[in-house]
Ligand binder design. Sequence first.
Ligand code: BES
Ligand code: ZN
Ligand code: ZN
Length: 467
Amino acid sequence: MNIKLIKKTKENVANNLYVTFVTSDELSALKEYKLLQKAGFKAEQDTTCFLYGKNKLFCGLEDKSSESIRSSCSVAIKAIKTTEYKSVHFDVKMKTIKEVVEGIVLGGYEFNEYKSTPKKTKLKNVYLECNDVKAFSTAFEEAIIVADATCFTRDIVNQTPEDLNPPTFAKLAKKLAKENNLECEILGEKELKHEKMESMLAVGRASRHDSKLIHLTYKPANAKKIISLVGKGLTYDSGGLSLKPATSMVTMKMDKAGACATLGMIKAVSELKLDVEVHVFIGAVENMIGGDAYKPDDVLVTRNGKTVEVRNTDAEGRLVLADVLDYAQDKVQADYLFDFATLTGACMVALGQYTTGVMGHSSLLKHTLSKSAKNAGELTGSLPFNRHLKTLLKSGIADLSNTASKPYGGAITAGLFLDNFIKEENKDKWLHFDIAGSAYTETPWDCNVYGGTGAGVRMISEFLKEV
Ligand code: BES
Ligand code: ZN
Ligand code: ZN
């Protein structure tokens, strides 16, 4: 499906399928009002009415907000893809071009890699019509880059654990580096041992795939700021010896979504050619069972020297991130240090499935990122640290336990665990994003369809455009 920005002409209007967005207040002013009324169309949000004879698709809007427009565009494109139309025209305005592009590209996204006969759509071209192509083109091109990077992230998240394991993840990162002119360094198990990353290595020990640390760099000539993005890359999380129940294990290929998001972010930033130096650090590991598996009762020595009692091998993400965060801080003195992880089921309990949990010490930074998320069409909620929750991570035998002694506030105690691996000078530069709920969905919502959502990519692209 191609998407093009073109100038509005009278001829186009007469001969092509047109999409019209309408609120219930505007309905009676339309010249097709009587017909639409007959069809029972009330212009409710996410409802559509096709007038095939008139080459028109009407889409309902609750209001003119970004959310409503993006969601409605997603519904529209899905409806058009089931018809025989080869092309479609949308009217765009400067204010909403981003939402329209996102709705079409992200809402129209399909992942067909594992279908023997992928669904065929006749739709080839989507035309966005405006009055001044030159004036609209930057906004249009930027929106396409970010939406494509989000789809790139979704594609990797959706890959099966058989296809996407730590070594193939490293290969994929190398390919992206080559295509986008990024530096790429991969650390294998020998190098990880040399780096004393015993915590990360323990998690991956029972896997038949070697663990990998992936470091990608985008270095523009005149970088104004430096950012390090750390991603949890559990290509599969079986829970380890503290095995997950059968139904909870399904979808755990998505435990690499944080890592996939950081790849999407560096792809977007390098294609937007932003003046920000970006470092991506990924801990790619598979959490499995077997005679060689790490165990509850083990005590691990992390890269920064702190010891951790393992009480649950399913709280593995924090063990991987502990070492990768420490490594990232030694390698790069960044202005911002953000990590992305499908870290806790508790985050979904706290905020619901649609919202990313944001944790950190700097209220200002949390606030700034929540504004970027809002502008980018992502949902975030701040989960506050406190000293009482911190005490729940005490261990009788080691410096720390990998699980809290009480279950309440599980997303926050996981964030506080990571805080132990943030150096004093970086406390206010660090944010932790728990995307356990927002990174994957089995039911469509907004512009998200079944599978990976690409959570984080739009938010960080927006943030980095502004810094
Ligand atoms: N990967 C999971 C968290 C998760 C759960 C992500 C559901 C997405 C959907 C993580 O490794 C995990 O299992 N966390 C445990 C922590 C607990 C053992 C302290 C959890 O959330 O139950
Ligand atoms: Zn786990
Ligand atoms: Zn996990």
